[in-house]
Design a protein around this ligand. Structure first.
Ligand code: CP
Ligand code: NVA
Length: 322
């Protein structure tokens, strides 16, 4: 049942748990319209600021194209070029951008900074990846699975093979919200946050999804309907590269692992991929791979997210703050 009061911000995928299916249905519609050349500019004149502290290909490009297709405009603001990089506070940056723009997408090193920006912005703030979550990615991923599985989550199981990182955190919450079961295999030292696992389990109690954690990739992969992996060294973790490469041996998604999964299992990766490390060329370029659909779906998902936070019939809800 869609809820009536929408959250101001999308900092965690849990913020939109109640409306996730509605957002996915809208993204599917937006995709059909774009493919048929029928897009409608539903957010004319809106301005989306993109503050990026880390590099990006997909998130930046898909947000820029999404807001353009919807009739609005994007403002790319690398943190290196902002006064933020010279010590201006996050709060002051939020107050100023709220006077010009209609929403901010923020890729941050620290989740705490994401929260601080949202607290001081009177316009919606969208988490474009931080050290804890990557919610927009998971909206696109669920869209990809919904297309392949006709929107039926019951009886399906996704296996995560790799790091207990930002992508896994949002995946745990997003799959639990819609009712898709998930087994996550991570090395013991790189398990997901216990607080997020607990939050996901409480969403799963309501949706009927099952969540399991293991340190054995083969246990997770056996019989799974999809295998999902991500880099072993996320942006910001570079100092741990050597330790991580050794801890993740045995966590590669390759043909041997794929053979343990269901015969029609899908292979997922949020990209960028480190080919030959967490995934082989054979698998990422193979017939089970849906990674290019995941990447394309970022665009349709971003549009649905923007429309959701910036309702088309009226200006953005601006919260009066000093
Ligand atoms: N998947 C993803 O967020 O990619 P970028 O880092 O290129 O945005
Ligand atoms: N976990 C990766 C995702 C990149 C899109 C990172 O944070 O670098």
């Amino acid at each position: 049942m869609p809820r009536t009061v929408r959250p101001k911000d999308l900092l965690s995928i849990a913020d939109i748990a109640a409306d996730l299916e509605t957002i996915l249905a809208r993204a599917e519609r937006l995709k059909r319209d774009r493919h048929a050349g029928r897009g409608r500019p539903s957010l004319p004149g809106r301005t989306l600021a993109l503050i990026f502290e880390k590099p990006s290909t997909r998130t930046r490009a898909s947000f820029e194209v999404a807001i353009h297709d919807l009739g609005g405009h994007a403002l790319y603001l690398s943190s290196r070029d902002l006064q933020l990089g010279r010590g201006e506070t996050i709060g002051d940056t939020a107050r100023v951008l709220s006077r010009y723009c209609d929403a901010i997408a923020y890729r941050a090193f620290r989740h705490a900074d994401e929260i601080e920006l949202a607290q001081h912005a009177s316009i919606p703030v969208i988490n474009a990846l931080d050290d804890v979550e990557h919610p927009c990615q998971i909206v696109a991923d669920l869209l990809t699975l919904r297309e392949r599985w006709d929107g039926k989550w019951g009886g399906r199981r996704l296996a995560w093979i790799g790091d207990g990182n930002n992508v896994l955190h949002s995946l745990l919450l997003g799959t639990a919200a819609v009712g898709l079961s998930l087994t996550a295999a991570t090395p013991e030292a790189y398990a997901p946050s216990p607080a997020i696992v607990e939050q996901a389990r409480s969403l799963a109690d309501r949706s009927g999804a099952r969540i399991a954690l293991t340190t054995d990739p083969r246990v997770a992969a056996r019989g799974a309907d999809a295998l999902y992996t991500d880099v072993w060294v996320s942006m910001g973790d570079e100092a741990e590269e050597a330790a991580r490469e050794s801890a993740f041996q045995g966590f590669q998604v390759n043909q041997d692992l794929l053979e343990l999964a269901a015969s029609n299992a899908l292979v997922m990766h949020d990209l960028p991929a480190h080919r030959g490390q967490e995934i082989t060329d054979e698998v990422i370029d193979g017939p089970r791979s849906v990674v290019w659909d995941q990447a394309e779906n970022r665009l349709h998902a971003q549009k649905a997210i923007l429309e959701y936070l910036l309702p088309p019939n009226g200006r953005a809800r601006r919260v009066a703050r000093r």
